[in-house]
Ligand binder design. Sequence first.
Ligand SMILES: C[S@@+](CC[C@H](N)C(=O)[O-])C[C@H]1O[C@@H](n2cnc3c(N)ncnc32)[C@H](O)[C@@H]1O
Length: 297
Amino acid sequence: MANDGKVYIIGAGPGDPELLTLKAKRIIDDADVIIYADSLVPEEIAGYAKPGAAVYGSKDMALPEIMQVTLQAVSEGKTVARIQSGDPSLYGATLEQMRILEAEGIDYEIIPGVSAAFAAAAVLKSELTVPEVSQTVIMTRAEGRVPMPEGEDLIGLARHGSTLVIFLSVTRMFRIANQLQEAGYPADTPVAVAYRVGWPDEQIIRGTLTDIAQKVRDAKITLQALIIVGKAVDPKLLDPEAGEQVAVSHLYSDEYTHLYRRAGQGDHADADRTDLYEAGGYEVQPERAVHTSTGDD
Ligand SMILES: C[S@@+](CC[C@H](N)C(=O)[O-])C[C@H]1O[C@@H](n2cnc3c(N)ncnc32)[C@H](O)[C@@H]1O
């Protein structure tokens, strides 16, 4: 297809318009056509469209219709902002759109957004990766109409005992709570259910694997919620009295040398010392002690 237009697939974040990236906002401001997922993206974000832009809510549009509007606009040299919730790479049905754009030879770009997973962690005031508690986050969903690929059944994943972030599954809360216990999570494992994070009617429900399902049922939450499971979301971790029992990250410890800092010398003492850098990683050098920085810088 000959055209000069371009498509932007934009992650709008979980709902709060202030969580839109500056880049996303700039593209939306300038786009000729806006197609936004109006079930999970607030109207306010679509409202940034310039006067005269065509704005479509995609909630009631099937993929062929969305793509027909997109291809038509691009053939007229227009810019299309396809706005999706959270980050487009997670449960965004992005691939099927990209495949059509690829097949048509259309220029497109993806603008990342704040996933509901991270917005929920922020509201919970939780670090999902707490040293010696959990260093792994599994993002998944329970099996429903969409079958899970082999090896990804919830019980199998849960055997890792890591922090679990479960999308699209709150209607299956009873089954999930049972399966996780079957897989080895203790009954008192903390669970948080975050409903419509970043929206005015946001709700957070906390409990354990024993009582969370009933609490969610009582709150009548049946959609647009994330389930986060694991000790990392235990609110007690924030309690200074419990601080002694919580291992702290080495990243900011004065005891450890890493790429940007030699032990005892404050920030950035070694920023220019490539000998402290182990190819491809951030390993602490043996001259001091063999400990691995838990951070990514
Ligand atoms: C189609 S998926 C889209 C996920 C999105 N791409 C992301 O990164 O957050 C929709 C599911 O994401 C979760 N979700 C999306 N927005 C949410 C929000 N504001 N609060 C809680 N969960 C949300 C829910 O599990 C919902 O069923």
